[in-house]
Design a protein around this ligand. Structure first.
Ligand SMILES: NC(=O)c1ccc[n+]([C@@H]2O[C@H](COP(=O)([O-])OP(=O)(O)OC[C@H]3O[C@@H](n4cnc5c(N)ncnc54)[C@H](O)[C@@H]3O)[C@@H](O)[C@H]2O)c1
Length: 266
């Protein structure tokens, strides 16, 4: 029970359709198993409700809330509802992110619309959620923020907006950490590598009209550790550690969860 009694908000707690579990849903389930109350926030209310149903079936406590991270008012409302319902905000986990689904492209083909869409969802959405959670955390004199970037921030990655947004999330997290240390608030960022999630595998299969197995096999082959992608549970366990008191002296850290991919330089 490493999050016993903690009030947690997971932005992007639903998931893209597919045969495996997504990072956000796995994190919500794991937080609840460790004793946290979970506000499952998502643009897709049915998907957030499904996460809440799964948590309830395991005996955990959770509620669903519809919000689009590109709409600041809906983000603010979700966070104040959480504080009103459970009295505080202990952990904010920013999982929302889009890539292929946002129309991202190589630099010679990127459109203004696609660039703005990916940036608004990935970067501005993360910033706005922090903006509205921080006043609660500062008042409490404690809080934890876990942001989800990607190893795309540092590796050779084909598309422009996803990479830039995820690199900016690393810099933003460092700024959050230093500017909120005096309030007892910690902020860290996870850089997932190649994970076997619907967002990464099924979305590519749909977008490029290729079999899921083929995309999965290509991704497996690129992972140094055992030539096998990680799962959403690997990201969830890293998030649990950073959210828990075990990481009580860790702030401003950028943690790769990538099976060694970021060590393979050259
Ligand atoms: N899967 C990977 O291989 C991989 C690798 C690196 C980083 N990541 C990062 O992990 C995170 C997502 O992982 P996941 O497996 O949970 O993905 P997912 O697509 O299954 O879940 C993301 C959730 O966010 C929601 N969402 C999308 N846009 C939204 C918006 N504007 N407002 C509110 N909710 C919105 C979706 O409805 C979905 O339920 C992203 O930040 C992604 O960049 C994933």
């Amino acid at each position: 029970m490493r999050l016993e009694g903690k009030v947690t908000i997971i932005m992007g707690a639903g998931q893209t359709l597919g045969s495996t579990v997504g990072n956000g849903r796995a994190t919500a389930l794991l937080f609840a198993r460790e004793g946290a109350k979970v506000l499952a926030v998502d643009r897709d209310p049915a998907s957030a409700e499904e996460t809440v149903r799964l948590i309830g079936a395991e005996g955990g406590e959770a509620a669903a809330r519809e919000a689009d991270v590109t709409d600041e008012a809906s983000v603010e409302a979700a966070i104040s509802d959480c504080a009103a319902k459970w009295g505080r905000v202990d952990v904010l986990h920013n999982n929302v992110g889009i890539s292929v689904a946002g129309g991202d492209a190589v630099v010679t083909e990127i459109t203004t619309e696609a660039f703005d869409r990916v940036m608004a969802v990935n970067l501005r959405g993360t910033v706005m959620a922090c903006k509205h959670a921080l006043p609660h955390m500062r008042r409490q004199g404690s809080g934890v923020i876990v942001n989800i970037s990607s190893i795309a921030a540092v590796e050779n990655y084909p598309w422009v907006a996803y990479k830039a947004s995820k690199a900016a999330i690393v810099a933003f997290t460092q700024q959050l950490a230093i500017q909120n240390a005096e309030y007892g608030i910690r902020a860290n960022v996870i850089l997932p590598g190649l994970m076997d999630t619907p967002m990464a595998v099924d979305t590519r299969a749909r977008a490029f009209g290729r079999p899921r197995e083929e995309i999965a096999a290509e991704r497996d082959a690129r992972v140094p550790l055992r030539n096998k992608m990680g799962s959403a549970w690997d990201v969830a366990h890293a998030a649990l550690f950073l959210a828990s008191e075990e990481a009580g002296f860790i702030t401003g850290a950028a943690l790769p969860v990538d099976g060694g991919a970021s060590c393979r330089v050259g």
